[in-house]
Design a protein around this ligand. Structure first.
Ligand SMILES: [Zn+2]
Ligand SMILES: [Zn+2]
Length: 201
């Protein structure tokens, strides 16, 4: 859609225009994988300008918050349940927004994580079964999540994957910080792939 704006321009004029159009870091990969909207920019002026780490593009019509009930529900899920819920949402969102190819690495790492954290929970399944929320609530939550930007759901998955409260010490050690780094690195690479490229520059 970006290129359609420049269809009438000769090639020699394209590069400077594209460079000028490069967004600030926080707006890169908007709308699906940008950072959260900049409150200063929204209020009229952002002193960080082209260096700002928050998104300067329009987020008006996209719901980016879950209601309280859904947030509580999500918080009470185990890491394995959380990833089992969020992974299909992310996969579906990536496909519907045309990002399936870019999202492959991130989704594969999250899948590995889901498998890794599902295994040790076998022993504690009896304990968690009692707190598992009713299926209809989970499907409503999943429907709400499907309307949210990829980055928002991904953030929830990353929080679930790295900061789950009911995770045991040994699980944390087993998962290690290195796979978190791997995941965050994959997200950065996906964002870079989605950022507009200055062709020929
Ligand atoms: Zn954005
Ligand atoms: Zn800003």
């Amino acid at each position: 859609m970006l290129t359609s704006l420049f269809d009438n321009l000769p090639d020699s004029e394209m590069v400077p225009v594209l460079l000028a159009m490069l967004p600030n870091p926080g707006s890169m990969a908007h709308p699906e994988l940008c950072r959260r909207p900049c409150i200063y920019f929204a209020a009229g002026s952002c002193a960080n300008g082209s260096a700002c780490g928050y998104c300067h593009l329009s987020h008006e019509h996209r719901p980016s918050h879950l209601d309280r009930r859904h947030r509580d529900l999500l918080r009470n899920l185990s890491e394995a349940e959380c990833l089992a819920l969020l992974l299909p949402v992310l996969r579906c969102r990536a496909e519907s927004t045309g990002l399936a190819a870019e999202a492959v690495e991130v989704l594969a790492l999250l899948e590995d994580r889901a498998v890794a954290c599902a295994a040790p929970s076998e022993a504690s399944r009896a304990a968690t079964a009692a707190t598992t929320p009713p299926q209809h609530q989970v499907s409503k939550l999943s429907a709400a999540l499907c309307k949210m930007p990829f980055s928002t759901v991904l953030g929830m998955a990353l929080r679930g994957a790295t900061g789950c409260e009911n995770k045991h010490e040994e699980d944390l050690a087993a998962m290690g910080g290195s796979s978190d780094q791997l995941l965050l690195g994959a997200v950065d690479r996906m964002r870079a792939r989605l950022a507009p490229q200055a062709v020929g520059a």
